[in-house]
Design a protein around this ligand. Structure first.
Ligand code: UT7
Length: 322
């Protein structure tokens, strides 16, 4: 049996930090409201001249270094992002060019906050079927470009960043299972209502911004994530007690706490970055994974569940041994 296994991880956060106190000066909000309702204390904001490929490239360089691989070995690049530099070329090819490597397939997967889990699942299939021997998988976003900075319901939630992993085949587990899901009937609850083929003229004009029915998203997210997390364990005959770490998408501390509770997992076994990063969409899981690995909490051989939920709605889990 061939598994795909994470050989190395990396992350990059733009240097500019915006605290809740900074936001108090922009909209009618308070540090207390943001912290108690979301868990967010600060977030990083990309510089005006930083695009998704720029921050994704920095995270990729870290992952390559930490995996100890030669960049020339990379034979697949998959990027989860909802905030690409251009319509095309895709962010994967832009990062490929920045890395100075040529020829391997490179593409982006667009699944909102589930983007990294979707991208990892695609790369896992390539590795398991022998279609790739060394995959670079990235989650990178500049979500703050989609924000209406006058809308206190959404502008306090998001941040920018990028995380990356190197995946290689191994006879030792490895990724055990990936499960993805989506339900487009929820399309109107969380969206940025413009793109190249609809409302194009409104993009980037400040006329529109990210829209979210917070309460509805919260309700469906808690229910769906609890269900898919439990289903992932049951499908793999794994007892809740065996789980070492939950590495969740970092949208809201209260959603994360609810999922941990469904898994009977103490919060100490959850990698939390929401307080420092805010919601970075596709980037949140690979960055949290890198934080847990770098600070020594996540150890080789431990059992990890990653889970994500985002606009669409889309969702997904990845169960793996690190
Ligand atoms: O990553 C993809 C998925 N996204 C998510 O998972 C986000 C899911 N939703 C949430 O995390 C939460 O619903 C929010 C954090 C967005 C909102 O928290 P909530 O507890 O659901 O608050 P609410 O929307 O019910 O609003 C409560 C009150 C309202 O005032 P009234 O109507 O009760 O007077 C809001 O106007 O809080 C008000 N409010 C704020 N007050 C201060 C909303 N935003 C703010 C704010 N500061 N930033």
């Amino acid at each position: 049996m061939i598994y795909s296994r994470i050989e190395g991880t990396g992350r990059y956060l733009p240097s500019k930090v915006m605290t809740n106190f900074d936001l108090e000066k922009i909209v009618d909000t308070s540090d207390e409201w943001i912290r108690t309702r979301t868990g967010v204390e600060r977030r990083h904001i990309a510089a005006d001249d930083q695009a998704t490929s720029d921050i994704g490239f920095e995270a990729a360089k870290e992952a390559i270094k930490n995996a100890g691989i030669d960049k020339e070995d990379i034979d697949l690049i998959v990027v989860g992002t909802t905030t690409p530099d251009y319509v095309f070329p895709n962010v994967g090819t832009l990062i490929q060019d920045r890395l100075g490597i040529h020829g391997c397939p490179a593409f982006s997967v667009e699944a909102a906050c589930s983007g990294f889990v979707y991208a990892l699942s695609v790369a896992d299939k390539f590795i398991k079927t022998g279609g790739a021997k060394c995959a670079l998988v990235i989650g990178a976003e500049v979500m703050t470009r989609l924000i209406d900075w006058g809308d206190r319901n959404t502008c306090v939630l998001f941040g920018d960043g990028a995380g990356a992993v190197i995946l290689k085949p191994s006879s030792e587990a490895g990724i055990l299972d990936c499960n993805l899901g989506a339900d487009g009937k929820y399309k109107d609850l969380l969206l940025y209502p413009a793109g190249p083929s609809k409302n194009f003229h409104k993009m980037g004009t400040g006329e529109i911004g990210l829209e979210m029915s917070g309460n509805d998203v919260f309700r469906v997210a808690v229910k769906t994530l609890g269900n898919v997390a439990e289903e992932a364990l049951i499908a793999n005959n794994i007892d809740k007690q065996e789980l070492d770490w939950l590495v969740p998408h970092q949208a809201n501390l209260r959603i994360i706490q609810a999922t941990a509770k469904r898994l009977d997992l103490p919060i100490e076994k959850v990698i939390l970055t929401v307080q420092d990063h805010g919601n970075t969409s596709s980037a949140s899981i690979p960055m949290a994974l890198d934080v847990g690995i770098r600070d020594g909490r996540i150890q080789r051989g431990q059992l990890i569940l990653m889970e994500a939920f985002g606009g669409g709605f889309t969702w997904g889990t990845v169960l793996m041994r690190y």
